[in-house]
Design a protein around this ligand. Structure first.
Ligand code: NAD
Length: 475
């Protein structure tokens, strides 16, 4: 396969004006599957001008009709799910079954954003001055600049397209250059469904140069980003300097609390799947396993059994349970965290090494006896690493669980309803999974506490980050 992943501006696919491009690599083979175009500063200025026009044209489309168009886009995505899933698996590495689920989820987000568009309303507040009233109007915030990552290349962009387009905004999306195809597939479905071509652009390029250009552009009113905390802070600071609002969906380092009253094998069976889905490259992924002493041995033994038997391979092989890491950077980062743990005396009981030397495969890994200062207990592992930490004192375990700057996801496994409630109350996280895995679907809002983010995405409030209010006082 050799494909060109081009810029999509005003409904036209084209190369960047300087002709610059970069290879896109299949993480299962390390080989190129095509090239992605780079936008020049001139291309970016043209994109911004087009999006400013797109805002005027798209906000004039009645919300009811916007809802119909987003629903049609969702149906188009679903109708071509196999091709979309293959594109995603080849560029990102995930197994086809996970890719299909992500396409479905993306369609669900688009549909939901369209449904919420139909519920946009203004309200009248009676004034305290007789004969007067105040109209509270809801307006699209303006042109949106969206930066989306490579781990869920379609779904994480779908949340932003659904919110922005549903609200009546135009959107310029800059996906990761490593996974350009998935967003392009979705954007083309949106255009085919009837989104005004000027209201939607997908561009690629040097990430720092693109974000600097778009954040500074006068026409851009809103910044939304999903990715690492470090980059999120940089973008939020740049947006703050020009007083533009941000939505930030950033990293996590999810504690999992496995209590002594549960069946440890059942708990391991459930959590192992949550851990190794998408090779652990999920912001909601369980990443610090606090296991109560009474069940630690059996839980660990079962987890190791699974990790050793987990089928790792190309995402396009239907037998595969876990694909490669998405890029060489992740492989290096994961290897560094495991080396650090070993150097500090931890024991690696499963995995702990790269598999082969073709592609970016890393073995499902289980680690015990970690000292508190091990890097993987502080840095988001974003890979198939399961550190198991025994506990016998709930209070000191909770101090550790809450002790990082992260506040995205957390998990509790216990059948004791009082303990469920006590722990859920104590966890300083934006989302808590009790006795099951977490997947973000559109009907519920989700966002991080502390440094894990600003704002939420999804839920009945999905359009809120893309709206602004006007107060009109009528006398
Ligand atoms: P990174 O920090 O270099 O990049 C993270 C994302 O931001 C990528 O998609 C990248 O294309 C984009 N990016 C980088 N610099 C940018 C800039 N100046 N302007 C706009 N976008 C920019 O890290 P990485 O190696 O790609 O990913 C590793 C880390 O990122 C992980 O450890 C994880 O913490 C985080 N991450 C989080 C999520 C999430 O869902 N919250 C998704 C992907 C990555």
């Amino acid at each position: 396969m050799n494909r060109d992943f081009q810029l999509l501006i005003n409904g036209n696919s084209r190369a960047g004006s300087t002709g610059q491009s970069e290879p896109v690599v299949n993480p299962a083979t390390g080989e190129s599957i095509g090239r992605v175009a780079y936008a020049s500063p001139e291309d970016l200025s043209e994109t911004v001008e087009t999006a400013a026009r797109g805002l005027r044209e798209w906000q004039a489309v009645p919300p009811w009709e916007r809802g119909r168009i987003l629903k049609r886009a969702a149906d188009l995505l679903r109708a071509d799910i196999e091709a979309a899933a293959l594109t995603m698996s080849l560029e990102q590495g995930k197994p086809l079954a996970e890719a299909r689920d992500e396409v479905e989820r993306s369609a669900d987000f688009l549909e939901w954003g369209g449904e919420q568009a139909r519920r946009i309303s203004n309200r009248i507040v009676p004034s305290r001055v007789a004969g007067s009233r105040i109209e509270i109007q809801t307006h699209p915030i303006g042109v949106v600049a969206a930066f989306t990552p490579w781990n869920f290349p379609m779904a994480l962009a779908a949340k932003k397209f659904a919110g922005a387009l549903g609200a009546g905004c135009s959107i310029i999306c800059k996906p990761s250059q490593e996974t350009p195809g998935s967003v392009l597939v979705m954007a083309k479905a949106l255009l085919e469904a009837g989104v005004t071509p000027s209201a939607l652009a997908v561009i690629f390029g040097h990430a720092a140069a693109v974000s600097k250009h778009l954040i500074a552009a006068r026409e851009v009113a809103k910044i939304t980003f999903t990715g690492s905390i470090a980059i999120g802070k940089r973008l939020a600071a740049a947006a703050g300097a020009v007083m533009k609002p941000v939505t930030m969906e950033l990293g996590g380092h999810a504690p999992v609390i496995v209590c002594g009253d549960v069946d440890p094998e059942q708990a391991a069976d459930m959590l192992v799947r949550a851990k190794f889905t998408n090779a652990g490259q999920i912001c909601l992924c369980p990443s610090r396993f606090f296991v109560e002493e009474g069940v630690r041995e059996r839980f660990t033994a079962r987890f190791i059994e699974h990790a050793k038997a987990w089928r790792v391979g190309s995402g396009t092989d239907p037998a595969t349970q876990m694909g490669p890491l998405a890029n060489a950077r992740r492989l290096e980062a994961v290897a560094r965290l495991v080396d650090d743990a070993r150097a500090r005396g931890a024991a690696v009981l499963a995995g702990g090494q790269r598999i082969g030397n073709r592609g970016f495969f890393y073995a499902p890994t289980v680690i015990v006896d970690l000292p508190d200062d091990a890097a993987m207990l502080h840095e988001e592992p974003f890979g198939p690493l399961a550190p198991i930490i025994p506990f016998s004192n709930e209070k000191s375990m909770l101090e550790k669980a809450n002790g990082l700057e992260f506040g995205l996801a957390s998990y509790i496994v216990t059948n004791d309803v009082h303990r469920q409630q006590r722990l859920a109350d104590a966890l300083e996280y934006g989302v808590v999974g009790v006795n099951g895995p977490l997947t973000h679907r559109p009907e519920a809002p989700l966002g991080g506490w502390k440094e894990s983010g600003i704002d939420t995405e999804g839920g009945i409030e999905i359009l809120d980050p893309y709206h602004r209010t006007k107060h009109v006082s009528l006398h």
